[in-house]
Design a protein around this ligand. Structure first.
Ligand code: GRF
Length: 223
């Protein structure tokens, strides 16, 4: 009897690849019952690509420079479709994707955003939290829709902002204490079929998520 193939997880990157590394490790140790189908980067010089190649992961670069939006989206769709992904993790992918891309992969697209959405959609979230004097900050995993950073939220968690924090220290705490835990957990739920997007809501274990899950929902293997 043939073993059913594991779900295929594609990861979209532009930067260091810390989220990619966490997802890959969690797939390798079985916490995420999926296999990494490949890595797609928007930047040829992304450190994430170096990690991917050293880890023996298939990697594709769709360089963002110099081509207009619809041509870029078409190239990105082709790259992702070549990996035949069941799930796509946007892990620090720093390009805004077009409606055509979202339509092509609707329901399979999850993004990690470094803020407690709906606060601070867009860029420079840590700086904005510091400038606002927030006492807490964090990250959110959400399904990707046409609304920038506005898709159905799945889970979010926070860390304290410390008086001596700057953008670097705060970003590191959010990454290490929140992002690298939430994203692998969400991918495990997706791979097990416990999480899905239905129209414009997230469904978790058969119930609509009217508000995002919190860190309390993290299973022990992801804490
Ligand atoms: C993460 O902080 C993510 O929230 C943001 O970009 C960063 C990516 O970091 N969108 P890495 O490439 O996963 O290290």
């Amino acid at each position: 009897m043939s073993r059913s193939a594991l779900p295929r997880l594609a990861v979209m990157v532009s930067g260091r690849g810390r989220n990619l590394q966490a997802l890959h490790t969690a797939c390798a140790d079985g916490r995420i019952p999926a296999t990494i189908a490949g890595v797609v980067s928007s930047r040829t010089n992304a450190a994430a690509l170096i990690y991917a190649r050293e880890a023996g992961l298939r990697s594709i670069c769709v360089a963002a420079g110099g081509i207009e939006r619809s041509a870029y989206d078409a190239a990105l769709i082709d790259a992702l479709q070549s990996l035949q992904p069941d799930i796509i993790a946007m892990a620090g992918f720093m390009r805004i994707v077009g409606d055509g891309f979202i339509e092509a992969f609707r329901g399979r697209l999850l993004n990690i955003h470094p803020s407690l959405l709906p606060k601070y959609p867009g860029l420079h979230t840590h700086r904005r939290a510091l400038e606002a004097g927030d006492v807490e900050h964090g990250a959110t995993v959400h399904f990707v829709t046409e609304a920038l950073d506005g898709g159905p939220r799945v889970i979010q968690a926070s860390v304290p902002v410390r008086p001596d924090d700057d953008e670097t220290t705060l970003a590191a705490r959010v990454l290490d204490d929140v992002e690298l835990k939430l994203f692998p957990q969400v991918m495990a739920w997706m791979a097990r079929g416990e999480l899905c997007q239905r129209d414009d809501v997230a469904m978790f274990r058969g119930a609509v998520l009217s508000s995002p899950l919190t860190a309390d929902a993290l299973e022990s293997a992801f804490r």
